[in-house]
Design a protein around this ligand. Structure first.
Ligand code: HPA
Length: 246
């Protein structure tokens, strides 16, 4: 594998697996301000891989306060060309119950007010990137084929609806998202994916289902229940990432 990979850890993934040999941590200043935390450099099964915890190592940043531009710029600047993003989600699709994984192929963006483009200032021309397919098809294929080989419980496509958070959705909002065609709902998929595209980085997501979306289950949505499912899901995420580098 000749690409240099980054893993962006989401809720429940604040460090890489034990097989990751950290070589150094780097504090990076970017033209867009402070990233979520230091860039963690290391080796995974003989490959150069960098890691960043999207919410910070102590989960101090809510989804709308994450400096997505600084994070993506930092990865590009480090010579990364492929990003595996890990995102916690709620599910609206019976085929992906809690604790399973989804490799989404589409996005609907309901977030607002985030710094969502590198092409905002000092422009000599207006830039519109093609985002018809928001994720890298080749990286998605790698994740799907690897997951299938490893026998993981995984859905190979799905529409990711990105909400603003940090509150969870209302039952009516989830019903609207179902009508829109969403399969999963999270708060961090955008603008990250679009920013990666603007800098020509390969980008795919491993979405980890933490709960049924609001109003779809009789059980109340609690942070405890979400974290429990996420922990189970993260074991699978780590297996999948390890197998990618095998
Ligand atoms: N909604 C939005 N984001 C989430 C959810 C959810 O139900 N679960 C985990 N992240």
């Amino acid at each position: 594998m000749s690409s240099k990979f980054a893993v962006i850890g989401g809720t429940g993934l604040y460090a890489m697996m034990s097989e990751f040999e950290m070589t150094r941590q780097e504090i990076v200043n970017t033209p867009y301000g402070e990233p979520s935390g230091p860039l963690v450099h290391g080796r995974l099964l003989g490959h150069d891989v960098v890691f960043i915890a999207r919410h910070g190592f102590t989960h101090r940043l809510p989804p709308h306060s994450i400096n997505y531009r600084a994070n993506i710029w930092m990865l590009k600047n480090a010579g990364v060309d492929s990003i595996i993003a890990v995102n916690a989600v709620g599910s609206m699709n019976q085929d992906c119950p809690p604790e399973t994984l989804v490799i989404p192929d589409q996005i609907i963006d309901y977030s607002w007010g985030r710094q969502h483009t590198f092409y905002a200032e000092d422009l000599t021309r207006v830039v519109h990137v093609d985002f018809t397919q928001p994720y890298s098809e080749s990286l998605r294929k790698t994740l799907i084929q690897t997951g299938e080989k490893a026998g993981l419980s995984m859905l190979n496509k799905g529409v990711y609806g990105c909400t603003q958070g940090p509150r969870l959705e209302t039952a009516a909002e989830i019903q609207r998202m179902i009508r829109d065609g969403c399969d999963i709902v999270g708060m961090t998929g955008m603008p990250e994916a679009a920013l990666a595209r603007e800098l020509s980085l390969e980008y795919a997501s491993i979405a980890v289902v933490a709960n049924w979306a609001a109003g779809l289950s009789d059980d109340p949505l609690s942070m405890d229940a979400i974290s429990n499912c996420l922990q189970q899901g993260m074991t699978q995420v780590k297996t999948l990432i390890l197998q990618v580098f095998q």
